[in-house]
Design a protein around this ligand. Structure first.
Ligand SMILES: Nc1ncnc2c1ncn2[C@@H]1O[C@H](COP(=O)(O)OP(=O)(O)O)[C@@H](O)[C@H]1O
Ligand SMILES: [Mg+2]
Length: 260
């Protein structure tokens, strides 16, 4: 299946067509600004229930310069709901941090008011399905393991305990796409409980990005989205992830632990 998306610098010009021969790409990566602007300013043409997920999200039809595209909208008020802390701001913060780390796995997500209520609006990535449904077909390649290791590192950093098989997608090229971060960014100064939630291998480039995160930079990008100690906790967990990695390197050698 192929999903072609064209974006001009003048604005969003999405042209989509499907065929069954070429891989789908993470179309937003080279065109972030256009996608973000499109999500913020496109006309809202329709709303429907996604019909999946626990927070009852809405699929929004958007139109920009005559082109129709879709997004997922979650007007989740900050607070404890159904036994979990969640917020729409956490969805947007996950995208902001993905950009800072050059992770490139979270689709563009903005804050937008829909029918009077602020919420997160995230690009609906076409041609994808959940790992839950695709699992038997997914090729267990080094490329796939590399992506899972990066995902685990990110989840530990943002304290995301909700990464079940329904909360990441795969596209036609088997790119892993991370969704559903509304329960992330808990103000916890410890890593998630199970050791197994940390990766046993680490992507060198991502490690460098992780090391370069600073409180100033995080506050600049996330201060409108996170509250209390949530931002400082990211750095505490960052240090713990790096400690864990250093310990593994000591035990097994860098060749077994770090990869490109
Ligand atoms: N950005 C997206 N692109 C494509 N499909 C998505 C996207 N976000 C969510 N979905 C689909 O919608 C479902 C519900 O979304 P999710 O964010 O997991 O909601 P909930 O918080 O209610 O669990 C997902 O399992 C997936 O099938
Ligand atoms: Mg979900």
């Amino acid at each position: 299946m192929r999903f072609e998306t064209c974006l001009s610098s003048a604005g969003l010009l999405l042209a989509s067509c499907f065929a069954y021969d070429q891989p789908v790409e993470r179309v937003w990566i080279e065109q972030r600004q256009s996608y973000e602007e499109g999500l913020l300013s496109a006309e809202i043409e329709g709303l429907e229930e996604v019909g999946e997920g626990v927070t009852n999200p809405t699929r929004v039809t958007l139109k920009h310069d005559g082109t129709v595209f879709y997004a997922i909208y979650k007007p989740l008020k900050r607070g404890r709901q159904r036994g979990y802390w969640e917020s729409y701001q956490a969805e947007v913060a996950a995208y902001a941090l993905d950009k800072m780390l050059r992770l490139d796995m979270v689709p563009p997500t903005v804050v937008r008011r829909v029918n009077g209520n602020l919420g997160s609006l995230q690009l609906w990535v076409e041609g994808c399905d959940t790992y839950k449904r695709l699992q038997p077909k997914v090729p267990q390649t080094p490329q796939f393991s590399w992506q899972i290791s990066r995902m685990k590192m990110f989840d530990n950093l943002i304290y995301n305990e909700d990464r079940n098989a329904g909360n990441f997608l795969l596209d036609e090229a088997w790119n892993v796409i991370l969704i559903d971060h509304s329960r992330a960014f808990l103000d916890r100064k410890k890593l998630m409980k199970e050791e197994t939630k940390l990766p046993s291998q680490y992507d060198r480039k991502l490690v460098e990005q992780l090391k370069s995160l600073s409180l100033d930079q995080l506050e600049l990008e996330l201060e409108d989205l996170l509250v209390g100690g949530q931002i400082k906790s990211i750095l505490v967990r960052r240090d713990q992830i790096l400690e864990h990695m250093d310990k593994l390197v000591e035990e097994r050698g860098s060749g077994q632990v770090l990869f490109n």
